[in-house]
Design a protein around this ligand. Sequence first.
Ligand code: NAD
Ligand code: UDP
Length: 348
Amino acid sequence: MSKMRRKIAVVAGGAGFLGSHLCDALLSENVDVISVDNFRTGRARNLAHLQREPRFELIEADVIDALPACLGRLQIDAVFNLACAASPPHYQTDPEHTLLTCVLGTRNLLRLAEASRARFVLASTSEIYGDPEIHPQVETYWGNVNPTGPRACYDEGKRAAETLTFDYARMGRVDVRVARIFNTYGPRMRADDGRIVSNAITQALAHNPITVYGDGTQTRSFCYAEDLVDGLVRLGACETPLDGPINLGNPAELTIATLVGQVIALTGSRSSTVFCPLPLDDPRRRRPSIARANELLGWSPRIPLSTGLKSTIAWFASEQQHTPVVNAHVSKLPTSLHAAGDGLSMNS
Ligand code: NAD
Ligand code: UDP
């Protein structure tokens, strides 16, 4: 009897917040995983628990450049492209790199998938919809994106990544799946990430003022990482060819002011709220329609915000011993976290 070959997945951006959870989920599905990351926003310690896992490998590389030759010699079954900073202060730190990651990085990974006859899964984003005029956002909505604003390197980069991905599919070159991910939170977010959940929690735990941009009436819909990654795994495993993207997110919409109130209540914090200017092009509202994910993947999020926030708060509280707390806007990110002492030697 012939032994069944083990499946192999490449996860680009595997040292990041969502990528590291995806690596865990794939390994638990008995898939061998090779993570490719440049450590710009990712951290080796997100994967430290896999240091002795023989079915896991971590390669330091930038997907903008030619991919490591060793990947071309493997029989890869799936390529997940999560490589790209997701937090506005981080992706705006080096907008050229962000745009090129989306375009050249996606092309390199599509070519890898084509050469290996692997399925390609793109982590796209709700930012495709920009400041949406249609609410909730359905996949057929084309969006309202400012192509020259500070968010454009990411929004337009991801739109171009989707274009390229569906061009490869139309030409019959690669079997593709595209997820449009809405705001996601959970353990392994960086304290200096700059996003609302990480900022509010670190500020609340330190009893510092919580920064609300604008008047706090803008809305978002927050999905817990475990739910989101479950959706990504299902999407990657979906055998039905899909002719378009699928929204993944939690439709429970709330204002930023309400979210901040919940974080203050759950942390028992003495923090006050401080109002700061609203960043340019900040979307007024965002909520996914997940009918398509429900129908095609049998997926819907299960973890309510209060439960997810509690475990995220507990994780940040334990992290505080290791990570400096920042209060608000992140102005500059080290170009190499590897060089900043958080490198591949997973003992750090
Ligand atoms: P993250 O910043 O934690 O992870 C991104 C990872 O990609 C990091 O490990 C980073 O070092 C790596 N990376 C960036 N550019 C790279 C390059 N050129 N070459 C190699 N590695 C590179 O962000 P995240 O929140 O985990 O997001 C992961 C993916 O999901 C991103 O593609 C993002 O656009 C998408 N997404 C996330 C959210 C969210 O709320 N977290 C929402 C929508 C879409
Ligand atoms: N935001 C805020 N305070 C912060 C960080 C963000 O009020 O310290 C706001 C931000 O302006 C946006 C919302 O919270 O309206 C969600 O921001 P985040 O960066 O988390 O995600 P995105 O803007 O990409 O949806």
